[in-house]
Design a protein around this ligand. Structure first.
Ligand SMILES: [Zn+2]
Ligand SMILES: [Zn+2]
Length: 207
């Protein structure tokens, strides 16, 4: 896949543009003008890894400009109704108002026109956090579930420690070539070892 990070400054989440037949953005960050500049023409879809404001704040402006459809896991769609649950209050912002056109669940497939992303439900950071996996290339978008260097997401912003460990255990069994986390750097070397380290670190911290 051709993937480019067009976000990720300061507290902003990464915003990965997939230059597929159906141009798709994975997470939007908070800075719509920066991301819109990086998108270019023809964005069709925005897939959100979870409901947190640092990933979804720019969605209303991007949708207004591009007409892209928005997809998110059903459990996090509900949390968009609360300033606190979507952590907009942490950023002194009102909760962003936008429509989720496609409500995702575990096992769904997102058709990018020339490739597919499988939806893996990975609760723990939030109840409706998801990872996205290209089974052909083994690339994985991990949102705030997995970070580089054996990192994993906070569980104190509406998450759950037990669910986080179970989700990381599920991911650690998968074959991965590249990880695209929601913050920090891309993991292009020894991605599987990195994923396993995230699982082991969480297991030792919480159990
Ligand atoms: Zn985040
Ligand atoms: Zn988050």
């Amino acid at each position: 896949m051709r993937v480019k990070n067009i976000g990720g400054f300061s507290y902003d989440s990464n915003a990965y543009l997939i230059d597929a037949k159906r141009k798709t953005l994975v997470d939007a960050g908070m800075d719509a003008s920066r991301v819109l500049k990086g998108i270019g023409d023809g964005l069709e879809l925005i897939v959100l890894t979870h409901c947190h404001y640092d990933h979804v704040g720019a969605v209303p402006d991007i949708v207004r400009e591009t007409g892209a459809k928005v997809a998110m896991h059903g459990k996090d769609v509900l949390l968009l109704r609360s300033d606190r649950a979507c952590v907009a209050s942490m950023f002194n912002a009102p909760r962003p108002e936008f429509k989720v056109d496609i409500v995702l669940k575990d096992g769904d497939t997102i058709d990018l026109g020339d490739s597919f992303l499988a939806v893996i439900h990975t609760p723990g950071h939030t109840p409706g956090s998801i990872c996205l996996y290209n089974e052909e290339t083994k690339e994985m978008f991990t949102g705030d579930t997995v970070f580089e260097g054996g990192g994993f997401g906070r569980t104190d912003l509406g998450g759950d420690e037990g669910q986080m460990v179970a989700s990381l255990q599920k991911l650690a069994k998968m074959d991965v070539s590249i990880l695209y986390p929601g913050h920090g750097g891309i993991v292009a070397n020894r991605a599987k070892e990195s994923l396993l380290a995230s699982y082991n670190n969480a297991r030792h911290m919480f159990f």
